[in-house]
Design a protein around this ligand. Structure first.
Ligand code: ADP
Ligand code: MG
Length: 626
């Protein structure tokens, strides 16, 4: 083929792909424009996860009639004039690409009136082509409606995820910006229903409560602002590909870190709740995310991640925001200094809080530590019934929970089950059954020691219990007899807007597992019933654990029935006895008997081993008896 210059329209569509990847990117660009225009109120209305409509209305400075058409041209911006300006970008936009890109791949209507003008303008475009312009009466500000996104780019349309996923990504963007701009009033609706609202009161706590729910918001610790950077830190290594020439260390106080960090007791299964802003711009940065993780080093259980909202401010000329058209990546002139400023500010905040809350709240999650002066007998004293007296547990969790107090009867749920496909570990896949064993005792409040016909077994109490509950649950499921336990009072659960969309989407699936959960308010749910095996758990925490599993799943977009199997595994994990929990002899005996009944007793449902066998021959070898 001969070499040809692409048509203007094709070139725009290709360029648009870098800026507008999905509905959430449109929301991001339009909201950033509204913020750049000094809006104090921003309303985002979305239909069908943004496929049908994304409308962003602001009360900012508006676009003057003479500029409106230009605004939709490629590389048209009012925010940048010369190459020098690039060194101190104070606005969120500057590349002049967003409106052109959006209008190239959708049908756009804009109504706007500039502050100084008396009449407004309405402009319509489709596929980048101007359809019409008229003068209209309009309040000051700008309303941009983007309809039928990607209607002319079928390839992109195909790559969009489910409506629920796109919705959630939009929720994440809007809530992030609401956190960074607490002085701006945000409102987000999906299909006419309010999903999120912030007051614009300029009180970050209010926004935190709206985003994370009142309980989490209360727990978040304010990061002491103005973390100074030592000269020593400032000399830390630079990013190898820093686009700037080497420069002297940053003077003190040039990097300010503020925001909120969760106490160590608040942790999540992934790092998506670490949110970073640089000079008011939401960014993705693996290195700074790692700085936050480092700040929590040894304070969080393995494989768990903190919640944090971090605002970094530094002189504009020390950060390059022009790295990618989406503007979510930045480069720091002195990455090492910023890294240590973040790490130190978060660490100081978290450690200051840790002695009071971190340690005590971590234990029930299964993190076991030998610290402290608590005397921790490996065998808890028992009464005649084999039960450990409550006072003997040093505040640890007892198997009997007084709190759930359920009274409603167990309800079998015969409706709507299909047999789940056997996961790799489900049916008898050569998994050898266990011999009959005699319980000897507990070690480290985590392992049960038993004697079998040929030597001894060390059994991981958590993994084993998970296996038992899992097989019981799967049997009940396959016989359509999953038991559900009604909660007399109900339990309220507060989640993020993103989690709320997700939970709503799976309410029916969860119902089959024995949960009855209703929408309760914006981002809150009322739990009316839980699977019977969870009766000893805090219902709200159990639901949150399940939501986390859904979040994980959503990233991998698996098949529907696999989600159910994974949810069941998660429920069993939540219900299972944790490490660090003393068990009475009778409890251990009951557990071992049930493990002996299991079809696949050797691994937990996640594939980890439940037991270690040491044969008599191995013992003899070990003692040099042979
Ligand atoms: P950029 O934001 O990089 O300048 P955009 O394509 O997003 O590029 O917008 C082009 C121009 O249109 C902006 O520079 C700004 O002058 C104007 N504009 C866009 N959205 C708004 C808005 N909501 N209010 C006022 N002006 C706007
Ligand atoms: Mg812009």
């Amino acid at each position: 083929m001969p070499i040809r210059v692409l048509s203007e329209q094709l070139a725009s569509q290709i360029a648009a792909g870098e800026v507008v990847e999905r509905p959430a990117s449109v929301v991001k660009e339009l909201v950033e424009n509204a913020l750049d225009a000094g809006a104090t109120t921003i309303n985002v209305d979305v239909r069908a996860g943004g496929r049908k409509l994304i409308q962003v209305a602001d009360d900012g400075e508006g676009i003057s009639t003479s500029d409106v058409q230009t605004a939709f041209k490629r590389h048209a911006t009012s925010k940048l004039q010369s190459i020098e300006d690039l060194n101190h970008i104070e606005t969120l936009g500057f590349r002049g690409e967003a409106l052109a890109a959006i209008s190239a791949v959708s049908q756009v209507t804009v109504v706007t009136r500039a502050a100084r003008e008396t009449r407004g303008t309405r402009l319509t475009l489709a596929g980048g082509q101007l359809l019409g312009q008229e003068t209209v009466g309009a309040p000051q500000g700008t309303v941009i409606a983007v309809e039928n996104l990607f209607y002319n780019v079928p390839a992109r349309l195909k790559f969009l995820k489910s409506i629920a996923t796109e919705r959630r990504l939009i929720d994440e963007f809007v809530t992030r910006y609401a956190l960074a701009y607490p002085q701006v009033r945000f409102r987000l609706t999906h299909d006419g229903r309010i999903a999120f609202q912030s007051s614009g009161s300029n009180n970050l706590r209010d926004v935190l409560a709206a985003v994370y729910g009142p309980e989490t918001a209360r727990d978040l610790l304010p990061i002491s602002s103005a973390a100074a950077v030592d000269d020593e830190d400032a000399a830390a290594p630079e990013t190898p590909d820093a686009p700037f020439p080497l420069s002297p260390p940053l003077p003190r106080h040039q990097v300010t870190v503020s925001g909120f960090a969760g106490p160590p007791s608040l942790h999540r299964s992934n790092r998506s709740q670490i949110t970073l802003f640089v000079n008011g711009r939401w960014i993705k940065d693996n290195s700074l995310t790692y700085a936050v993780l480092q700040a929590y080093h040894t304070l969080l259980p393995v494989g768990r991640y903190p919640v944090a909202v971090i605002f970094i401010s530094l002189p504009y000329d020390l950060v390059d925001v022009n790295v990618h058209p989406a503007k979510t990546e930045v480069r720091f002139r002195q990455a090492g200094a910023v890294f240590s400023a973040v790490q130190r500010a978060v660490r100081e905040t978290v450690v200051a809080d840790a002695p009071v809350r971190g340690f005590t709240q971590m234990r029930p999650e299964g993190v076991f530590s030998w610290g402290g002066s608590v005397d921790r007998p490996s065998f808890a004293r028992q009464d005649e019934a084999g039960r450990v007296p409550a006072g003997h547990l040093h505040g640890q969790m007892n198997l009997e929970f007084p709190r759930a107090a359920p009274v409603a009867p167990f309800m079998p749920r015969p409706d709507g089950y299909e047999r789940l496909p056997a996961a790799a570990d489900d049916d008898d896949l050569g998994g050898e059954r266990l011999p009959v064993m005699r319980v000897v005792g507990q070690v480290g409040t985590a392992y049960i020691v038993t004697e079998g016909p040929d030597g001894l077994f060390l059994i991981d109490q958590h993994a084993a219990h998970e296996r038992i509950l899992y097989e019981q649950f799967m049997d009940a499921w396959n016989h359509q007899q999953v038991a559900s336990q009604g909660l007399v009072a109900g339990a309220a659960v507060y989640v993020t807007p993103a989690q709320a969309s997700l939970l709503e989407e799976y309410l029916a699936a969860l119902h089959k597992l024995g949960f009855a959960i209703e929408l309760f308010g914006p981002n809150s749910f009322m739990v009316r019933a839980i699977p019977a095996i969870l009766i000893h758990q805090d219902p709200a925490k159990a639901v949150l654990a399940v939501v986390e599993e859904l979040e994980e799943d959503d990233r991998r977009a698996p098949l529907q029935n696999q989600i159910e199997a994974r949810l069941i595994r998660r429920v069993c994990k939540t219900a299972a006895v944790k490490a660090g929990q003393p068990l009475a002899l009778a409890e251990m005996q009951a557990m071992i008997q049930q493990l002996e009944q299991c079809r696949n007793p050797h691994t937990c449902p996640h594939g980890r081993p439940t037991l270690i066998h040491i044969s008599l021959a191995q013992l003899a070898r070990g003692f040099a008896r042979t």
